[in-house]
Write a protein that binds this ligand. Structure first.
Ligand code: SF4
Length: 565
């Protein structure tokens, strides 16, 4: 028997948007933003459980009172309940302001009065449902509930909510509708609705993007609103110095060197991700804080290979993974995804050569165009591999022509070689691809996708096949561009590489130079060809991962990947 109890707080979100409720309650999604963090701070102040030593005679203020109803399969933790004998008054805290509705002027008002228009103050529908459910739970626990309050911290306003049949009826109807909704598939997003602008799940839900792709004629839809900031101003920290220790002190990340001296303190609110290479230590406390704040932590080998990714246990959704497995079981679906990825990659390789090659031989661009067109029509994965391989041969055969001659000469002789990389260009390409694999893996995990099962790349033990798929269109745009820029601008120099029997490797100094160049490239902004807005490459990868998830879920009928003009 399903003993699951529905949290009243999540059920109330159904009144705001059924899809928001579904994402939070069924898929377990949570994306902190400034609003949610401020809301948490308000609740933290009132959520301290009450002590037992309060006066037995006067009304008792009980904080964090948890009530459940097996009959309704409902639970709620009340911010505050003022209890006097068998009477209880719930008080729910909100960080923001109540809903204000401007009242129409009386018919005889010429509209030229200096008085501000009258506004009625009322609870938001979500708040009303939540307090209604709390009233029902208190009554079921044997209390009489004469009144209920919502406290809006931004206005220091304690707003009375009439406890009547309408309040309870609306709350129960929402509970019932939410329970029905949870048994079905994910509701579609709201269409061009202002509620999305204040919704913390907007970057994951992608309402305008999904609606745009769903429209039979996307031209008939307004371009998606730019609700997502183009890039995060947060810090993507890479720690690689041997003996470095990372811990948390108060609200900051503290980094110390091998002698124990503090080399950097970073406010936790500014941290976006952490990657550690080699012998760097992270405290258990820091790992827990990072998980709480949804800051992904990647452990990489010195060559940049992803060894482990620490992420919060809440970040997976069985629904999305089931949809992914089902979709990728069908050869036609796999081929459709693989074709879109490889076509975009070949077009981006072509564009990079066109922009950067000093003296392209006749026909090279046309040959790449032909391979891209053939890839888009390929009728089997094997045939697609053939087109991808031929395009790669053309592209890497000309790659050294995009790099200063003294740096590109060795690569020209060696060609692209991975294990071990024999020269600096191959070495830089390998590290750039490893970092990109890790970015794609992190993006796919935040989209609740399983990285070991892909479309173009075959699953093998330890191989993140879907990450390798997702990074295909981004290889030329991010990894290859970063390597070309690093050598051409003199950021990667001879002294940055060590040659050993195991191949050519970055020195510590060289790796630092690499991460500077790579970090800048990830922050560069690029325009999405269909949605028309600009995003950093880092956010663009995340957007693509989430659109792939939407496609697996059947929300969008087609997929397109980033190509630059
Ligand atoms: S972004 Fe809009 S459609 Fe999506 S969950 Fe939020 S309110 Fe609902």
């Amino acid at each position: 028997m399903d003993e699951y109890l529905w949290p009243a707080r999540n059920v109330a979100e159904y009144a705001y948007c059924p899809r928001l409720f579904y994402l939070m309650e069924v898929e377990g999604v949570y994306l902190p933003n400034e609003e949610t963090e401020a809301g948490k701070a308000v609740h933290k102040r009132v959520d301290r459980p009450s002590s037992d030593t309060e006066d037995e005679v006067r009304p008792k203020s009980v904080r964090s009172l948890t009530l459940t109803s097996g009959r309704l399969k409902l639970t709620a933790t009340l911010d505050l309940a003022e209890i006097d004998g068998n009477h209880a008054i719930p008080v729910e805290y909100r960080k923001g302001r109540p809903k204000k509705t401007v009242m129409a002027p009386p018919p005889d008002d010429p509209g030229e009065s200096d008085e501000p228009p009258l506004a009625s103050t009322e609870p938001w529908p979500t708040d009303r449902v939540q307090i209604g459910l709390q009233v029902i739970l208190l009554e079921e626990a044997g209390y009489a509930v004469p009144e209920a309050f919502l406290y809006y911290a931004a206005e220091k306003l304690k707003l009375a909510v009439p406890v009547d049949e309408a309040l309870k009826k609306d709350a129960l109807a929402t509970l019932e509708a939410a329970q029905v909704c949870a048994r079905g598939s994910r509701p579609l997003p709201l269409v061009n609705d202002r509620r999305c602008e204040g919704c913390s799940l907007q970057p994951l839900c992608l309402p305008d993007e999904v609606n745009y792709e769903r429209a039979g004629d996307p031209g008939s839809m307004p371009s998606p609103r730019k609700l997502w900031p183009p890039r995060s101003d947060g810090i993507h920290l890479v720690a690689q110095q041997k003996g470095t220790r990372i811990g948390v002190r108060g609200t900051s990340v503290r980094i110390t060197d091998d002698r124990g001296s503090v080399v950097k303190e970073i406010p936790l609110v500014n941290m976006e991700s952490l990657s550690v290479l080699g012998s760097v230590q992270i405290s258990t406390q820091a790992l827990q804080v990072f998980a709480d704040r949804e800051i992904p932590v990647a452990y990489l080998s010195p060559a940049g290979r992803l060894v482990a990714l620490v992420e919060p246990a809440t970040s997976t959704s069985g629904h999305i993974r089931r949809a992914q497995f089902k979709a990728l079981d069908a050869e036609t679906v796999k081929l459709e995804l693989a074709r879109a990825l490889i076509t975009a990659k070949i077009l981006n390789q072509r564009k990079l050569l066109q922009r950067n090659h000093a003296a392209l031989p006749d026909g090279a661009l046309d040959n790449l165009t032909r391979e891209a067109e053939a890839a888009a029509r390929a009728e089997s994965t094997d045939s697609l591999r053939g087109h991808e391989g031929r395009a790669a041969a053309i592209y890497f055969g000309l790659f050294s022509g995009m790099i200063r001659p003294e740096a590109g000469r060795e690569f020209q002789a060696n060609g692209r070689q991975r294990r071990p990389p024999p020269d600096p260009v191959n070495c830089a390409l390998s590290l750039a691809y490893s970092m990109l694999t890790h970015e794609a893996t992190a993006a796919l995990r935040t989209a609740s996708l399983e990285t070991s099962i892909g479309a173009f790349h075959v699953s093998r033990p330890g191989r993140p096949a879907l990450s390798l798929d997702l990074m295909e269109p981004f290889r030329p745009l991010i990894a290859d561009s970063c390597v070309i820029a690093g050598f051409n601008r003199g950021e990667f120099r001879d002294g940055h590489f060590a040659r050993t029997a195991a191949g050519c490797m970055f020195t510590d100094h060289g790796r630092r130079a690499f991460f500077n160049t790579y970090g800048r490239r990830m922050d560069d902004e690029v325009t999405h060809p269909e949605f028309g807005y600009r995003l950093s490459y880092r956010r663009m990868i995340v957007l693509h991962a989430r659109m792939i998830a939407a496609w697996f879920m059947g929300e969008v009928p087609r997929l397109s990947f980033l190509t630059t003009r």
